[in-house]
Design a protein around this ligand. Structure first.
Ligand code: ADP
Ligand code: MG
Length: 261
């Protein structure tokens, strides 16, 4: 049995009135690529923010690599990398300077750091612009810098929140391949997405979240069996379907027509 790397029990987050994550529990083993799926507002980003120590849970516990995140946040942060959904970068720094800053925060020895930055940026096709300011970077280029930043300290667990947003097809393929390679090397990947096909091809396991609750957890094959649905998209629709969608679309379309009338 592979070692347990993430253990979450009864995790809950309540923002003033809104119950964003509602008593979720799961265990993830080393080397798994877990797709964490759900429609907008399901609570995916809130979960990841709690798992990375950005947000404090309202209730529940989180163990990463056997360590309690709330008791040993620094030790845990050494072991994890996080690519946030909306990542801020320091616009006035160059990609090289930004990664240098991040690497120094992790106390990576200078020589190794220089080597890694150059290597990562070369692989991601940014070597030609690494000394240009991030303010001149496109969304996709920034995303590559954020992915590099999350991997600089060679973390054991990688949390990715909608990592392909803004990437062109070629870069998206590169990132997907990178995820597979990292998992093959024993890294554990927690991958949040609302884009289903990407997940279906990359993940070994899928957890589906709906209104803050886990509604399914298993391999894509197992989920297909259970729900007798053909594709992950059908499963997703079945589990997270609400009549509101059609009503909303109709009301929205009507209001647009009325506005222009
Ligand atoms: P997802 O990433 O799955 O789209 P989120 O975790 O971002 O979902 O949001 C889950 C719910 O929590 C949504 O209803 C959202 O409006 C609410 N929410 C998220 N962040 C905040 C916040 N900082 N304050 C209040 N409510 C929030
Ligand atoms: Mg989100």
């Amino acid at each position: 049995m592979a070692e347990t790397v993430i253990q979450v029990s009864n995790l809950t987050k309540r923002y003033d009135g809104v119950l964003a994550v509602d008593r979720i529990s799961f265990t993830i083993a080393q080397g798994e690529i877990v797709g964490y799926l759900g429609p907008n507002g399901a609570g995916k980003s809130t979960t990841v923010k709690m798992l990375t120590g950005v947000l404090r849970p309202t209730e529940g516990s989180i163990l990463i690599d056997g360590l309690d995140l709330l008791k040993a946040p620094i030790e845990v942060k050494r072991r994890i990398g996080y690519v946030p959904e909306t990542g801020g970068v320091y616009e006035s720094l160059t990609a090289y300077e930004y990664l240098q800053l991040v690497g120094r925060l992790y106390h990576i020895p200078e020589e190794l750091l220089e080597h890694r930055i150059e290597e990562f940026l070369r692989m991601l096709g940014l070597d030609g612009v690494m000394h240009e300011r991030l303010s001149s970077y496109s969304k996709g280029m920034r995303q590559k810098v954020l992915i590099s930043a999350a991997l600089l300290h060679n973390p054991k667990v990688l949390f990715l929140d909608e990592p392909l947003t803004g990437l062109d097809a070629h870069s998206a393929l590169l990132v997907k391949e990178l995820i597979r390679r990292l998992a093959a090397e024993g890294k554990t990947i927690f991958y949040c997405s609302h884009i289903l096909d990407v997940v279906e091809r990359t993940c070994t396991r899928v957890i589906i979240l709906h209104k803050g609750r886990i509604v399914a957890d298993g391999s894509v094959e197992r989920l297909k069996e259970l729900t007798r649905q053909g594709t992950l998209e059908d499963i997703f629709k079945q589990l997270t379907y609400s009549a509101d969608i059609e009503e909303l679309a109709q009301a929205f379309a009507r209001s647009i027509v009325e506005m222009s009338a």
